[in-house]
Design a protein around this ligand. Structure first.
Ligand code: 48F
Length: 258
């Protein structure tokens, strides 16, 4: 019995990993924007692998605001919740809706994986594969290896498109610009850095700033505003969902043209 259990896990896990060494879309970060992008890309029939360094994907969505575990979504993003079968309650004249953040976060994870995306948790993305002046994949390692700063070499995941969805730090965009001394598709050519909180503007610009910032590298969610120098917005998540959907649409176009 013990041997069967161990064999079952090792055999299927290795098969899953081998199947995802070359993908259409590699997503860094399992926050709401990354999860929604994973859902739409997988639904369109693409091979999608999402890498999340924490044990639980979901990023900043689980905790609501100051651990009051409810979040707000505006009506513009409700169609995404309906499609993903996420429950919500109207609030304030049907312009805003309230969601239980634990239900909503687990629903996004369930929707992405049910559509066929594979999530690798406890994986830290430490670099990108850079070929012919394009981002061509990810360099990954076990998150505890990175945390312990162990000197262990990584593995590579090749991908037609990469999504930077790491949230406030936008660490993938930072390292692509710094290490390769290249200009990103931003006003200064570098990561502009996030501004303080302003909900209305931040929610709009997070969708506007969702784009391809370097050949092969797309950006979504809070990282989109961090890269392009716009505002944070706190515990409202409609922009994150709309950004994930837009990222998937842009990536699909790019994948289909390759
Ligand atoms: O920050 P995060 O939730 O991403 P998001 O989709 O959503 C932002 C909102 O949660 C919130 C907000 C709403 O208005 O402002 O902050 O932009 O999730 C980012 C995920 O990326 C993971 C991190 O653990 C988190 O779950 N992550 C960050 N760096 C890496 C990573 C890395 N190098 N490798 C793997 N995962």
């Amino acid at each position: 019995m013990e041997t069967i259990v161990s064999h079952g896990i090792v055999d299927t896990y290795m098969q899953k990993l081998k199947n995802n060494l070359s993908v259409d879309a590699a997503i860094v970060g399992g926050g709401p924007s990354g999860l929604v992008a994973a859902y739409y890309l997988a639904k369109a029939g693409k091979k999608v692998a999402l890498f999340e360094r924490n044990l639980a994907p979901g990023g900043g969505m689980w905790g609501g605001a100051m651990m009051f575990n409810d979040i707000i979504i505006q009506k513009e993003a409700i169609h995404i919740l309906d499609e993903l079968n996420v429950k919500y309650k109207p609030y304030k004249d049907d312009l805003f809706y309230v969601l239980d953040s634990v239900h909503a976060t687990s629903a996004l994870i369930y929707a992405a994986t049910s559509a066929g995306a594979t999530i690798f948790n406890c994986f830290s993305v430490e670099d990108v594969v850079y070929k012919n002046n394009e981002v061509a994949g990810l360099v990954v390692n076990w998150a505890p290896v990175m945390k312990e700063r162990m000197h262990v070499d990584p593995l590579m995941i090749m991908s037609k498109t990469v999504l930077e969805g790491t949230g406030h730090d936008c660490m993938i965009a930072q390292l692509v610009a710094r290490k390769n001394k290249v200009k990103l598709n931003t006003p200064s050519g570098q990561v502009e850095g996030e501004k303080s909180l302003s909900i209305e503007e931040g929610e709009i610009t997070t969708v506007e700033n969702t784009k391809e910032i370097f050949p092969g590298l797309f950006v979504s969610g809070m990282a989109a505003n961090g890269v392009s120098g716009s505002f944070r917005m706190g515990p409202i998540f409609g922009g994150m969902l709309l950004s994930g959907k837009k990222a998937a649409e842009l990536m699909l176009e790019s994948i289909n043209n390759k």
